[in-house]
Write a protein of this length. Sequence first.
Length: 358
Amino acid sequence: MGRNARTLEDLIERPDEAAGTALDLLFESRPELKDRYDGRSLLRAREDMAHHVRRLAQSGLPGGEAAFRDYISWLKVLFRGLRLPDDLVEDSLRCAGRAAAAVLGEEDARAIRDRADRASELYARMDPDAEGYGSGGPPPGTAVHAYVRSLVDGQRDRARMVVDAELSRGVSIRSLYLDLFQPAQREVGRLWHVREISVAQEHFATAATQYLMSELYPRLIAQSRTNGRVLVAACAQGELHEVGIRMVADFFQAEGWDSRYFGANLPADSLLAEVERLRPDLVALSATLPENVRWIARSIEALRSRDPRRPAVLVGGFPFLIAEGLWKEIGADATGSDCEKAVEAGTRLVTGTPGPKE
Ligand code: B12
């Protein structure tokens, strides 16, 4: 590829053309497949290819190696549930690699092609039961199990009874966030992934958990004393997973911060404008999808070009949990693996002393 080579970032943003080429390559190598696809399934196949291309491109950016390995194990669990033959997925990954490589500069192209080939070998060897995604689940008899069962059955009030039972045996609201809502949400994700529940059941569960968090919120912050510090908390642009950063924002508020929570998908320009307007002590940014980390990296760059020291920036979410040191690589000041650790790290950054624990 010559002067018109595309960048990895560009490929993440616009993967469709390469996905189309990848599908053509797949049909060329396996002509028998062509007749098996109709309008709808062809569209699905294109979407899957676009996803491979996006994740392959992301694998060349900070945190990408760990995220890509995770993607392969995620695919194995998902496609086993859909009964997609392994060799078809392996060929698809190779074709995605070739199509992506064809539009990239030489160095990126070589790396992507190699990674796609390795990914396809890894996919062949991977045991979905031994990987984090497909296995596990809370044991019956636990509050998490009862809570998830209630939500999967569409019974929000029954889930509330689980919460009430926990409260009456002395469990704190902080522990409910950390030890009930958080693992329950992850379990809901697992159930969706292994095709035990529908998208609608997952949506219901998340909406109900957010509803119950809102009910508990006044009690969570009841003891808090204002400390005069301001936090801006937001999800990366394009990021729809907002429960984690909401928990982070709530925990800061409970420690007396004026916590400005902006929810999902905050456009980069809006973040910068709010930071300019509010002059917060700390900015907390969250991503769940690895391809959204680049938005956080760019935002940090933009913030630092205005002032190299302020505000302090805390980052977190799934990509930071699986790639140690990623936070540093993209120029953040710290990370935290959950909402409690987020407050500890943020307080340390801003005051030089660790924040109070529960
Ligand atoms: C609910 C949900 C959704 C909802 C989100 C709705 C909402 N209002 O938030 C919807 C339906 C929109 C959704 C969509 C998708 N989802 Co989804 N989703 C989930 C689910 C089930 C729960 C997320 C959650 O609430 N987690 C609980 C919170 C508390 O955990 P947390 O986010 O990790 O946050 C904690 C820490 O990470 C940390 N933290 C978080 N942010 C920050 C920030 C800072 C600064 C710090 C310090 C710490 C910190 O503290 C938090 C609290 O302790 C997860 C399952 C899972 N394992 O999480 C899948 C999951 C994340 N989704 C997944 C996928 C694939 C998708 C989609 C791509 C599906 C699709 N094909 O459309 C889309 C992508 C949408 C997008 N562009 O963002 C996959 C991701 C796999 C991967 N690694 O890439 C998961 C893991 C499900 C699975 N097992 O397959 N999803």
